[in-house]
Design a protein around this ligand. Structure first.
Ligand SMILES: *Cc1c(COP(=O)(O)O)cnc(C)c1O
Length: 426
């Protein structure tokens, strides 16, 4: 690893142990019923809680779009594109129909197709590799860093140095014969992959870099480097469960390159330029005007929500440390000096499945991101991977568990989750 990592749980002062619960009851089924009004469950995410605080701002902008009847690529989309480009320290923003389509558009704009390969992580949402395969290209998996779960820069360097050959100006994957066309790191759970290192390696090999920043809007690498600002293209998702979530599907591409931005704008409308004249084959990949209007309202709250997520993460660290569970739980590492936006707060346990079942029984929402690493997905069987090819991703898939960290969580709800986790370990 090229970056020194610290466990931020150290920042929290260890508190006095909380009042010991009266004689520990072995049988959880015999607990007395909770007092009226007490918390009995905590969901993984509560979008209704957020909507309650936004209704008065959002309904008027929806009404305004209805009045205008300008539903496709109107002023809301244009302004949203500027706002996200600014927010992500990028020169251009191209609104698209989903995070998946953002990845697809980036790959299309870079000309990725049959015979090509794109280096990416095996530990991500399916779309990361699915879009590569969808274009007839080959995802080339490079294992993750076991502490951040992100594509490992040293691993990338090794893969490029040892498994690839330079043939003319092409870079060829020796095993498959495919031409490597791009590197695609993912900023998993809301923390940037090692952007300076990865960008340096990509540049050294003359490869474009696509940042899958679907989970990482506003995240920063140490040094204040924003997600989506360094790669040739940055790809964002506004799926409802992302930190900035639409009322449906939505996404966006960022870039500093005006030529690439224009190419993406054209490909987004079937490649028609001018309209009905097609020098290239694109697709319908447009961002919806109604979604842009909703997202513009929500963007005004994003930094406050990020702070709340960070506060919740700090509270978990403090409470788990106070209960002596810090080490056992494999709390997420946050890179010092970076901005982790906690799309997910992911703990790690060798008894993950039992812990999850216990939390489910207590009404605590959890999820496994992701139970099957991409190189072992049945649809990629033709790539010829076997268990053991990406050991860090495989181990993570068996042990990680996301617990609730959404901004509207109350201190009592966090305490409920902490208690449930502590009771499991008691
Ligand atoms: C959500 C997500 C996507 C896809 O975004 P959609 O908007 O759901 O299409 C791609 N990559 C990662 C890492 C994601 O988390």
């Amino acid at each position: 690893m090229t970056t020194t990592l610290i466990a931020p749980r150290e920042v929290a002062p260890v508190q006095a142990a909380p009042v010991q619960a009266a004689p520990v009851q072995a049988d959880t089924g015999s607990r007395p019923p909770p007092p009226a009004g007490a918390i009995t469950s905590v969901p993984l995410l509560d979008l209704r809680a957020q909507y309650q605080t936004l209704r008065d701002e959002i309904l008027p902008v929806i009404a305004e779009v209805c009045e205008q009847q300008h539903f496709i690529l109107g002023p809301q989309v244009r302004q949203f594109e500027h706002e996200i480009a600014d927010y992500s320290a990028s020169a251009h923003g191209i609104g698209v129909s989903s995070g998946t389509d953002a990845l697809l558009l980036a790959l299309m704009a870079l000309g990725v197709g049959p015979g090509d390969a794109v280096i990416t992580t095996p530990y991500s949402f399916f779309a990361t590799a699915g879009t590569v395969a969808r274009l007839g290209a080959r995802p080339l998996f490079c294992d993750i860093d076991p502490l951040t779960y992100n594509l490992c820069a040293d691993g990338l360097r090794t893969l490029l140095a040892q498994s690839c050959d330079r043939v003319g100006d092409a870079l060829i994957d020796r095993r498959s014969g495919a031409r490597i066309r791009a590197v695609m790191p993912v900023h998993l759970y809301g923390q940037c992959a090692d952007l300076p290192a990865l960008a340096g390696i990509a540049a050294e090999y003359g490869l474009p870099m696509i940042e899958d920043a679907a989970q990482a809007i506003g995240a920063e690498s140490p040094g204040g480097i924003r997600a989506g600002s360094v790669g040739t293209v940055g790809c964002f998702s506004f799926f409802p469960s992302k930190n900035l979530g639409a009322f449906g599907d939505a996404g966006l591409c960022t870039t500093q390159d005006p030529v690439l931005a224009e190419r993406m704008r054209v490909l987004r409308v079937h490649g028609g330029q001018p309209k009905y004249h097609h020098a290239v084959i694109g697709a319908n990949l447009r961002l919806d005007e109604l979604q842009a209007a909703v997202l513009r309202v929500k963007l005004r709250h994003l930094d406050a929500w990020t702070l709340a997520r960070q506060r919740n993460a700090a509270l978990y660290r403090e409470r788990f440390a106070a209960l002596g569970l810090g080490a056992e739980l494999g709390l997420p590492l946050a890179l010092p000096g970076g901005r982790h936006i906690y799309n997910q707060f992911v703990i790690r346990s060798p008894r993950r499945d039992a812990l999850r079942a216990f939390l489910t029984a207590r009404g605590v929402g959890t999820e496994i991101y992701y139970p099957v690493p991409l190189h072992l997905q049945p649809c990629f069987a033709s790539l010829g991977h076997v268990r053991g090819d990406c050991p860090q991703a495989e181990a993570a898939a068996l042990q990680t568990l996301a617990i609730p960290v959404y901004p509207e969580l109350t201190g009592e709800q966090i305490e409920y989750v902490v208690r449930a986790v502590a009771d499991f370990h008691a």
